[in-house]
Design a protein around this ligand. Sequence first.
Ligand code: SF4
Length: 366
Amino acid sequence: VHLYVHVPFCARRCSYCDFAIAVRRNVPSREFVDAILREWEGRHRHPVWDESPVVETVYFGGGTPSRLDPAGIGRMLARFRADRPLAPDAEITLEANPDDVTPQAAMAWRAAGINRVSLGVQSFDPAALAWMHRIHTAEQVPVAVESLRQAGIADLSLDLIFGLPASVGRGWGSDLDRALALEPTHLSLYGLTVEEHTPLGRWTATGRVVPADEERYADEFVAAHQGIVDAGYEHYEVSNAARPGYRARHNTAYWRRAPFIGLGPSAHSAFGCTRQWNVREWQAYYDSSQRGEPLVGGRETLTADQIAVEETYLGLRTLDGLAAARVPEPARTAWAAAGWARIENDRVILTSEGWLRLDALAASVS
Ligand code: SF4
């Protein structure tokens, strides 16, 4: 079983973000941890544990989990461990913003059991960071990396966003070089998407901002692919690259449809063909938790056809690919001829050019 804890608090909302977050100057760490542990009380007795009794990975995502009191992270991990065994080599990840990483925080996270940190870098360009409404500076990133390494957290992932509008004037190549120069074990590269109910959505709707065109997006994606492969990273999933041996095990579990339990507002859980998700807003989640009311906001049971569609999409987005039989002829040969895929050991594996067309290719064979 894989555990996900959604920590919804952020210091302010980034210009492109439509995640389930709660903007708070002061984070209610104690209330949050109490609510998570109340939810855990019911979840650690779920029948899914009968088949998979061990916790393989824990992921604190958000939001900005690094804004929680580190003692609260320790309290959650101690309870998870007391109720269910954690694998001896369990991957325990914390998402952090660079400005939250102090030597003291890094030491406290390590002492709590965190052994992997995913840093929300996004860019090293001050103008781009300001445009994104990020609150950290480029200079804080190497300082954060050093503090984490000093504390004994060597497994570090850096998040970068590509495909910014041309008007932002961001140099993607130099940002990528600066990230690679820090020698992280892992990189996540996300293309900027315009969501309606965000500042970026409004800027775009009023014509104040023109999103990156397809060509710019594709050029940056392909350049990133080449850059990370040349630097010795394995581009093992459309948005993720790792040094050999450092693939993200938690995310890999999602792509392999392993059972996972999500705790916290908006967190999703999946067991076999069942999906469920918690109420989205922090305050509603907290109030329900205090009253002992259900926290589940919705539930669905996937049909065999829906599972097959999901498997196709998930398979094509990773370097593991999809069984060749799942991509009928003539699509298989056409994809290979176009340079979108290669066939290896009876698997269809998309290339970087194929990943640019992931949605369309997956839909065409689903
Ligand atoms: S820090 Fe992350 S979760 Fe918070 S507002 Fe920014 S993008 Fe959204």
